[in-house]
Design a binder for this molecule. Structure first.
Ligand code: NAI
Length: 342
């Protein structure tokens, strides 16, 4: 079944498709930006989850048709559409998990930071509505530049007096998905077994795959490490160039985001064995936000996993130090934006 493939280690959703049509839990999920390149396939994958009872789709346009279409799938969740700012609040009432892929994607030649001017304001407005309508929800930020949009979201939630750092997540799952795929290909490993932690942030050199921590344990040559690291860091650009102006990763992103939603729902449902990499408030380094593996529980981040950052190779240690100034600047840019607005 589809859900099982999101969580190959846990085997929790490992039932056949027929069984997966029986509701097993009843969480409400909202997707903001649901009519977009990521939003549509993501909504489809969430519609297939047996853990979801209500799926609220919000966008500024074109979401009615997406919802009508999806609502014909005979899976348990009820799909509702919400169009435009006047319906945003209603899309968020009683929601357990809010996923935000709203905003513009990259075109060839653009960095994620080039999206800041447009997406920063979109994330600010959407998170303001989240604070007003479902302050206890897990918030998954996909909109780029994630390195800055997550600090923006944190500031907005603080201003609203509802910030819970355990429940705010930058979605970096796609970096892990890519790392796992590329390592398995390179080393001829069974994909389902491969797990590479990816730490730091979600742009260029701030994406740091810790290849020395790959499970199962793998030996890489220095050349392989260099090649794989650079490919994982630039994988988004690979897709942007292949799409040649038509956007960035949408299908693999939807897959990765759906995996992160499913993990969050399993954690909310009381599963005690849920781990994902995510960009969160952190004290693992001197930076206030940092992506690492985290243990998820009913209340969000239950623990950061510091062991991944211990015993790094010289290559990884250097890369970690090299990424810090860029990540720090992106965090400060986000915070300054959010504070300027008040
Ligand atoms: P898209 O342009 O296809 O879709 C964006 C959707 O957001 C559109 O339907 C648009 O109407 C909607 N939207 C715009 N302003 C909105 C607002 N104020 N409220 C609600 N919805 C609004 O873009 P795509 O390809 O889906 O990408 C979305 C974002 O995800 C981009 O910022 C992109 O950079 C980011 N992304 C993040 C990744 C990650 O790993 N975290 C990977 C790939 C993309």
């Amino acid at each position: 079944a589809l859900c099982a493939s999101f969580a190959p280690k846990a085997h929790k959703g490992n039932q056949n498709f027929q069984n997966s049509l029986q509701p097993q839990a009843s969480f409400k999920v909202a997707v903001l930006g649901a009519a977009g390149g990521i939003g549509q396939p993501l909504a489809l994958l969430i519609k297939m989850s047996p853990l979801v009872s209500a799926l609220n789709l919000y966008d500024i346009a074109n979401v009615k048709g997406v919802a009508a279409d999806l609502s014909h799938c005979n899976t348990p969740s009820q799909v509702q559409d919400f169009t435009g700012a006047s319906e945003l609040g209603n899309s968020l009432k009683g929601v357990n998990v809010v996923v935000i892929p709203a905003g513009v994607p990259r075109k060839p030649g653009m960095t994620r930071d080039d999206l800041f001017n447009i997406n920063a304001g979109i994330v600010r407005n959407l998170v303001t509505a989240v604070a007003d309508n479902c302050p206890d929800a897990f918030i998954h930020i996909i909109s780029n530049p994630v390195n800055s949009t997550v600090p923006i979201a944190a500031e907005i939630l603080k201003q609203k007096g509802v910030y819970d750092p355990k429940k705010l997540f930058g979605v970096t799952t796609l970096d892990v998905v890519r790392a796992n795929t590329f390592v398995a290909q390179k080393k001829n490993l069974k994909l389902i077994d491969v797990d590479v932690p990816v730490v730091g942030g979600h742009a260029g050199i701030t994406i740091l795959p810790l290849l020395s921590k790959t499970k199962p344990s793998v030996n890489f040559t220095d050349e392989e490490i260099q090649e794989l690291t650079v490919r994982i860091q630039n994988a988004g650009t690979e897709v942007v160039e292949a799409k040649a102006g038509a956007g960035s990763a949408t299908l693999s992103m939807a897959y990765a985001a759906a995996r992160f939603v499913e993990s969050s729902l399993r954690a909310l449902d009381g599963d005690g064995d849920v781990y994902e990499c995510s960009y969160v408030q952190s004290d693992l380094t001197e930076l206030p936000f940092f992506a690492s593996r985290v243990k998820l529980g009913r209340n969000g981040v239950e623990a950061l996993i510091p062991s991944d950052l211990q015993g790094l190779t010289e290559y990884e240690q250097k890369a970690l130090e090299a990424l810090k100034p860029e990540l720090k600047a992106s965090i400060e840019k986000g915070i300054a934006f959010a504070q300027k607005q008040t």
